[in-house]
Design a protein around this ligand. Structure first.
Ligand code: ATP
Ligand code: MG
Length: 570
């Protein structure tokens, strides 16, 4: 392919909203263009790279025994109403009506239509197990679309759904997907970890996310180098690190704390460490209850853990009016003792081990000292409610945990019977008994994966593609396009590489060599073969994008080396 013929609008300036390198580079290198917030068009170079990711995903899904089909993106509301998600999705769902007033959505994820299809067409255990997948656009009206393809509103997902007759079947289907995901992300050249993830308040027996390590990742991951434990911040088990006890509980007492509300203010007022305080945080559930969570003064409440424990569809922080109502005081003085209404108080495991600590007194400008769980109030439950932190003991081996940020590129999930029960997706077993199918679901964001590759593989000059995903494997660059010797040799190399199946560009533009090199580096082709003055002596320069310096080779050797390098990706 000739560069002069390529639709390749590189960009010098990128808008300020492109905050992270992958987003900036995808615009600068002419891989994509923004159409609307969170909605992008792929240009030819970007689409080539995207299709490489798609091919890898498809090959590995097929290898794992999953069968590809394609669902519509426009989906009738009814099945989402049956599962309850028509309301759960809220404003994230793109909704539309046809001319007759019938309601539809643009599919945000396809558990419902897949379950419905299998419900209608698989009746017997003989049709199981079954794993189906599609590679298709998804629509989510994200609150904060950003980072280009990382958090888009229209994006391509590979979503797979497994249907089994029992838990053992689900385990096998899940493992097959797990293995396929590892192969996919390995082939994409990503450095990632697999972490335990929350499976939500609404059931599901296990879930893992594939996290690409990156400082721009929106997720926080806790991991242990010693034993391999890894979990995302929603799920990571926080092992209590209690202070030593004296074993001598003191009498509960009131302390006037005028206008002292926050932990910082309390620390200054009492002249002590935040470990001596417990925060009482009030939340409202969607069914109208007010519930409280207590964590130590220096810890953060983990809303996901709390949400799961409380068992509501949704929870939200109580409003200042609600706080006033149940505590009889303005925000800042809530505590577990003497609440004005019956409130279930959930206590973090670490708080349960504290002794003689400070809490709000449920009265303006007042705190209690020497509070003790059990003696002064009865908790609704004691559980792990806080965020794990770097340095905490690993929950499996006790060594200190480390933390990093990650980009979630894939998510695998044991759904169990959540959708099969809601949508009556059942099968008849050998005895003729009707059972719900046991399901799993498995998603990969293809655009996010592509962006994550660039995020991990770039330098000051541009993208550094792995061969597997590169839009072209090799760029052949004649230094002087007007020099017939150079151009002749370059063209010959290009044609031979192309004939060998290597994806190759010939930069035939009559541009300064510096411009051509800069472009090749920006676009990140894994190999650049430069044909310059040494062409007359029978040498070309062979440079790997990631290497410091080029090496001089004969055209034949350069050809052979490039073919060998590209071979694994053909
Ligand atoms: P996130 O927590 O990042 O919002 P999610 O948990 O909503 O993601 P899933 O529903 O598990 O995502 O979707 C499966 C995969 O789809 C994700 O692992 C990710 O790769 C991709 N994905 C999800 N939302 C987006 C988005 N807005 N833009 C691009 N890819 C996305
Ligand atoms: Mg997820």
């Amino acid at each position: 392919m000739l560069v002069s013929k390529l639709f390749l609008p590189t960009q010098r300036e990128v808008p300020a909203e492109a905050e992270i390198p992958s987003h900036q580079l995808m615009l600068r290198a002419g891989l994509m263009r923004k159409v609307a917030s969170g909605i992008y068009a792929f240009l030819p170079l970007g689409y080539r790279a995207f299709r490489k990711v798609e091919r890898i995903v498809r090959e590995e899904m097929d290898r794992a025994g999953a069968q590809e089909l394609i669902m519509p993106a426009v989906l009738p509301a009814e099945t989402y109403m049956e599962s309850g998600r028509w309301s759960v999705f809220g404003p994230e769902m793109f909704r539309l009506k046809d001319r007759g007033g019938r309601e539809f959505c643009l599919g945000p994820t396809h558990e419902e239509p897949f379950t419905e299809t299998v419900r209608n067409d698989v009746r017997s255990y003989r049709g199981l197990p079954l794993t189906l997948y599609q590679i298709q656009h998804k629509y989510r009206d994200e609150k904060r679309p950003r980072f280009g393809l990382m958090r888009a509103r229209e994006f391509v997902m590979k979503d797979a759904y497994s249907f089994d007759r029992d838990e053992a079947g689900l385990d096998a289907s899940y493992l097959a997907m797990h293995r396929a995901y590892r192969r996919i992300f390995d082939r994409c050249g990503l450095d990632y970890i697999v972490v335990d993830a929350d499976s939500g308040a609404m059931g599901g027996s296990g879930s893992q996310e594939f996290m690409v390590k990156s400082d721009v990742g929106e997720a926080v991951v806790a991991y242990c180098d010693a034993c391999g434990y890894a979990a995302n911040d929603e799920k990571a088990v926080a092992v209590p690190a209690p202070e030593p006890k004296t074993g001598a509980p003191k009498p509960l007492g009131k302390v006037a704390t005028p206008a002292v509300r926050t932990i910082e203010e309390l620390m200054a007022f009492f002249g002590t460490s935040p470990k001596r305080f417990a925060k009482t945080l009030l939340y409202r559930t969607d069914d109208g209850r007010i519930v409280a969570a207590m964590v130590r003064g220096d810890r953060e409440l983990n809303e996901t853990k709390f949400h799961n424990l409380v068992g509501a569809v949704e929870i939200e922080m109580a409003s200042p009016e609600e706080v006033q109502r149940v505590t009889g005081a303005p925000v800042g003085f809530a505590g577990p003792v003497g609440l004005k209404e019956p409130v279930a108080v959930y206590v973090d495991r670490e708080v349960a081990e504290m002794e003689n600590f400070y809490v709000g007194a449920n009265a303006a400008d007042l705190h209690l000292e020497n509070c003790n769980v059990g003696r002064d109030f009865a908790p609704a439950a004691v559980a792990d409610l806080r965020n794990a932190e770097a340095g905490d003991a690993c929950p499996t081996c006790g060594k200190p945990l480390a933390q990093c940020r990650g980009i979630e590129v894939g998510h695998i999930f044991k759904l169990g019977t959540k959708y099969s029960k809601a949508l009556r997706c059942t099968f008849l077993d050998e005895q003729g008994a009707e059972n719900p199918m046991i399901m799993g679901c498995y998603g990969i964001g293809l655009g996010r994966t592509l962006a994550a590759v660039i995020e991990q593989r770039h330098d000051a000059n541009g993208i550094v593609w792995p061969m597997s995903v590169a839009p072209y494997h090799v760029a052949v660059v004649p230094v002087m396009a007007t020099d017939p010797v150079q151009m002749g040799l370059a063209k010959d190399l290009h044609d031979r590489l192309e004939a060998a199946g290597v994806e190759v560009l010939l930069d035939d533009r009559d541009e300064r060599p510096g411009v051509k090199f800069k472009d090749a580096d920006l676009m990140g082709f894994p190999i650049r073969i430069t044909v310059g003055r040494k062409a007359a002596e029978g040498f070309v320069e062979y440079k790997e994008r990631a290497a410091e310096k080029p090496v001089d080779l004969s055209p034949d050797d350069a050809f052979a080396k490039a073919v060998a390098a590209a071979k694994g990706a053909l």
